[in-house]
Design a protein around this ligand. Sequence first.
Ligand SMILES: *[C@@H]1O[C@H](CO)[C@@H](O)[C@H](O)[C@H]1NC(C)=O
Ligand SMILES: *[C@@H]1O[C@H](CO)[C@@H](O)[C@H](O)[C@H]1NC(C)=O
Ligand SMILES: *[C@@H]1O[C@H](CO)[C@@H](O)[C@H](O)[C@H]1NC(C)=O
Ligand SMILES: *[C@@H]1O[C@H](CO)[C@@H](O)[C@H](O)[C@H]1NC(C)=O
Ligand SMILES: *[C@@H]1O[C@H](CO)[C@@H](O)[C@H](O)[C@H]1NC(C)=O
Length: 239
Amino acid sequence: MMTRLLFSNSLLLFFLLHCSTTTAQSPAAAPAPPGPTNVTKILEKAGQFSVFIRLLKATQEDLTLNGQLNDSNNGITIFAPSDSAFSSLKSGALNSLNDQEKSELVQFHIIPNFLSTSQFQTVSNPLTTQAGTGDRLELNVTTSGNSVNITTGLTNTSTSGTIYTDNQLAIYQVDKVLQPIDIFTPKPPAPAPAPEKAKKSKTAESPTVSKDSSGAVSTFAHYNLILFGIGIATAMFPL
Ligand SMILES: *[C@@H]1O[C@H](CO)[C@@H](O)[C@H](O)[C@H]1NC(C)=O
Ligand SMILES: *[C@@H]1O[C@H](CO)[C@@H](O)[C@H](O)[C@H]1NC(C)=O
Ligand SMILES: *[C@@H]1O[C@H](CO)[C@@H](O)[C@H](O)[C@H]1NC(C)=O
Ligand SMILES: *[C@@H]1O[C@H](CO)[C@@H](O)[C@H](O)[C@H]1NC(C)=O
Ligand SMILES: *[C@@H]1O[C@H](CO)[C@@H](O)[C@H](O)[C@H]1NC(C)=O
């Protein structure tokens, strides 16, 4: 009993020692920052993400993220656009966004689950981002070797590297800002035939649909009323 305990203790000790020496020996492995994970700190260390960091702070998404990382065990995946991604946006595009749109844009780059590169192979499209779901907020991925292709309907790009990963947080670099249709829908200059089509599909997803379906609901209710009436009539005048 005693020797067994001793043995397992020394095994543990060996394991701990071994672990700590391996971490100490490999400078390539970015040591996890002490304390709760701090996303902006990781990005600052990586460099080239100053615009994204500024947006994370301005929208207070950094606080939300750090809180989520501390509280939830689903983890977080971030597609972090590099500074050059932002500089290739149309000039003024970022400044023309209001605060709510800025939040939505930042949240669109964040998946409320940890996804390793291999897990991207099995996720179902569209992904749910922190910005929510809906056909104006679609983010689809396909894998291609070690990189992940991403499309939003407006932006096609692929991850260009892994900035950070543990089993909770994954940060991948993207060299384009992922533009959700919801914020950056191009306003077409309206040549006749094309907008006709666009209009049609828009009608299909616009509130007209709910009008139609509420019409359907009231017809249905009406129908029920008739049935109910028939029911009463049958009760009153049994055949
Ligand atoms: C995260 O790191 C940034 C910069 O490194 C710092 O300004 C901020 O206070 C840190 N946040 C927390 C919650 O520790
Ligand atoms: C992290 O979570 C623990 C337990 O839920 C809590 O006590 C602590 O205050 C949290 N820390 C931060 C920085 O949110
Ligand atoms: C990913 O994108 C590259 C070009 O960016 C393309 O050549 C490749 O076929 C794409 N792969 C998938 C699986 O979509
Ligand atoms: C994303 O994938 C879904 C399901 O495959 C598809 O219906 C949708 O059109 C795709 N959206 C984009 C923007 O590629
Ligand atoms: C993105 O890729 C898809 C499929 O390869 C293509 O149909 C679409 O035109 C591309 N969109 C942009 C904005 O490049």
